[in-house]
Design a protein around this ligand. Structure first.
Ligand SMILES: Nc1ncnc2c1ncn2[C@@H]1O[C@H](COP(=O)(O)OP(=O)(O)OP(=O)(O)O)[C@@H](O)[C@H]1O
Length: 341
């Protein structure tokens, strides 16, 4: 559905060139929810804005729904853009227009007749859960409702792709979840491909199928969300995964454990699906002369399933602890020995 080939974006500034996106290749399949995560300045906004040519790449090709956008004339591009809706962090609504008229705006531009426009607007109001609010003005709506208007407007011309530029970053956690649920609903009902950028791992965890991690203009890691959560390779990815698997209390508890048992090992075990059901800890205690203390355990639900993390402290003779760790590894459970104190 979407393919980016060797795209680069260089901005010329008075302090010299800035390589905002520096050679990115990505393929996004039809119907997928694809998340791009990275810290501020990583190049996420520039990247997503190149998917509808709000920003033109300095080099490389962008193909969306079979059209090479970089090769289109202005007129052709305007038509191609109708296939690509976009929503924004600060909603970008027209404040002097009602909800209904905001949603109708792209239909007016596309030359859709009034009756058909009204019918479509009613459908969209229903789809995004704004029934009864059609005649309100944006200033009378909550943040979540404003984003619902943004979503309805973005879907007005039946796009194949929806781009979400930090669409939930201005919202509180509960409203964020309700907007994420709406995006999943739309993805499933309409088969829409969704590309989103975010700095919050929660967003990736909750709705994405695939994730790409960006750092300094490059994609440093990419794959199905479950794989990346289970086995993050890059330091940057590990930091993001920790946001979810390892809350601050865990870090504090581990520090305390290591201080109490300086000779011990703290290990983090990560299991997926049925692995989580095998009686691993019982086997460990029965087979090895080690003491096992559970520091913390957590099941994290992600869009494609769930996985569990368990932090345990292993105390005993060094060789025995090492044998116990080798045993866990043989059970296809990810094991990470934590040594920070
Ligand atoms: N129009 C511009 N002119 C000059 N530099 C720019 C421009 N737009 C972005 N940049 C620079 O490109 C780099 C990437 O910016 P970008 O906004 O794409 O990152 P981001 O990951 O989306 O971060 P944020 O969430 O803070 O927007 C930054 O160093 C930024 O200062």
């Amino acid at each position: 559905m979407i393919s980016l080939q060797s795209i680069r974006k260089r901005f010329e500034t008075k302090n010299g060139p800035v390589h905002a996106v520096d050679g990115v290749d990505l393929t996004i399949a039809e119907g997928e929810i694809f998340g791009v995560i990275g810290y501020s300045g990583a190049g996420k906004s520039t990247l997503i804005r190149m998917l509808n040519m709000l920003e033109r790449p300095t080099e490389g090709d962008v193909t969306v729904a079979g059209k090479k956008l970089s090769a289109l004339s202005t007129k052709e591009l305007r038509r191609a853009r109708q296939e690509i809706g976009m929503i924004f962090q600060h909603f970008n609504l027209l404040w002097s227009r009602t909800v209904r008229d905001n949603i109708a705006f792209p239909l007016e531009i596309a030359g859709v007749a009034k009756r058909e426009r009204e019918k479509r607007v009613n459908e969209l109001i229903e789809l995004v859960g704004l029934k009864g609010r059609g005649d309100s003005y944006p200033s009378q709506l909550s943040g979540g409702q404003k984003q619902r208007v943004g979503i309805a407007r973005a879907l007005a011309n039946n796009p194949k792709v929806l781009l979400c530029d930090e669409a939930t970053s201005a919202l509180d956690p509960k409203t964020t979840d309700s907007i994420l649920d709406l995006l999943v609903d739309i993805n499933e009902k309409l088969g829409l491909t969704i590309v989103l950028i975010t700095h919050e791992m929660h967003v990736i965890r909750k709705i994405c199928h695939q994730v790409a991690v960006m750092e300094a203009g490059k994609v440093v890691e990419q794959g199905p969300v479950l794989d990346v959560f289970r086995k993050p390779k890059e330091e940057m990815t590990k930091e993001f995964v920790k946001q979810i698997t390892e809350p601050e209390e865990t870090t504090d508890a581990i520090k305390q454990m290591l201080a109490d048992h300086p000779e011990g090992h703290i290990v983090q075990l990560t299991f997926v699906g049925e692995e989580a059901e095998s009686p691993l800890i019982t086997q460990l205690i029965r087979t090895f002369d080690v003491e096992v203390n559970i520091v913390q355990g957590k099941i994290t639900k992600i869009h494609e399933g769930s996985y569990g993390t368990l932090f345990v402290a292993l105390n005993g003779q060094k060789e025995e602890v090492e044998r116990a760790i080798a045993f866990i590894q043989s059970k296809k459970v990810e094991v990470e020995v934590i040594t920070y104190a």
